[in-house]
Design a protein around this ligand. Structure first.
Ligand SMILES: [Zn+2]
Ligand SMILES: [Zn+2]
Length: 230
């Protein structure tokens, strides 16, 4: 069966994410757009994944439990895990690698986490914009240890991408690589190249979603599809 997929999206918990991006609103919007597998990838935190899981299931959408990590080199990488528990444990680990720099909500935006009814449960105090004390290659091996997906984000962007920070894409065993525009001139070896919306506002959801024929709608089927060497 063919599935519409959008793996990289930010909720109201990301300082740059609009407050309208509650997990409930995101799942509703995805349903309208025909997206059947939806990822949530807040910057350096997973605290909205619990509500996201609940809201996606209410809409019959398969939630993809993700996080967009900022490595020490200031490279953005989206990482995904099969279960909510593993993803949340990984999120706690990543938050612990953030420096103790407090968020400034007035300048940088709120970092609130919510429940499935859009009620605010709390606020992350450390700035989620900071870089984590982990290198690109260390992060890859951590994610592999949990059988997760490691997808360098927007590698063709001029900021916070592997190419902007180190000049090229190292030849490592990625799950896939993400670009903003296809086709890309960047050397991507045998990796599958995908686009995702990286939405921070409801109206941007689905704009760079994609379709795939999968044996079943599951994390493992998606992993297998992505990691097929071309
Ligand atoms: Zn990013
Ligand atoms: Zn992003």
């Amino acid at each position: 069966m063919i599935h519409r997929i959008d793996m990289h999206n930010h909720s109201c918990l990301s300082p740059c994410g609009s407050l309208e991006m509650s997990p409930a609103a995101m799942a509703e919007q995805a349903k309208i757009l025909g997206i059947s597998m939806l990822g949530l990838t807040d910057h350096n935190t997973t605290r909205n994944l619990g509500a996201f899981d609940e809201c996606c299931r209410q809409q019959d959408i398969l939630p993809l439990y993700g996080i967009e990590v900022t490595t020490r080199e200031e490279i953005h990488v989206t990482c995904f895990f099969e279960t909510l528990d593993i993803a949340c444990a990984f999120g706690t680990f990543i938050e612990s690698l953030l420096p103790d720099i407090p968020n400034n909500p007035v300048r940088l935006g709120d970092q609130v986490y919510v429940n499935a009814q859009d009620e605010i449960l709390g606020e992350v105090e450390k700035s989620l914009y900071s870089a984590c004390e982990i290198t690109f290659e260390q992060l890859l091996s951590e994610v592999q240890g949990y059988n997760g997906l490691f997808i360098p984000a927007h590698i063709d962007r001029s900021a916070f991408s592997v190419t902007s920070q180190i000049g090229f894409l190292p030849d490592l065993p990625y799950s896939a690589v993400e670009v903003v525009r296809l086709p890309t001139r960047i050397k991507t070896y045998h990796n599958r190249v995908i686009t995702n919306s990286d939405a921070h506002y409801l109206q941007h959801m689905g704009t760079r979603s994609w379709e795939a024929e999968l044996s079943q709608r599951s994390f493992q089927a998606l992993k297998q599809f992505l990691e097929q060497r071309l």
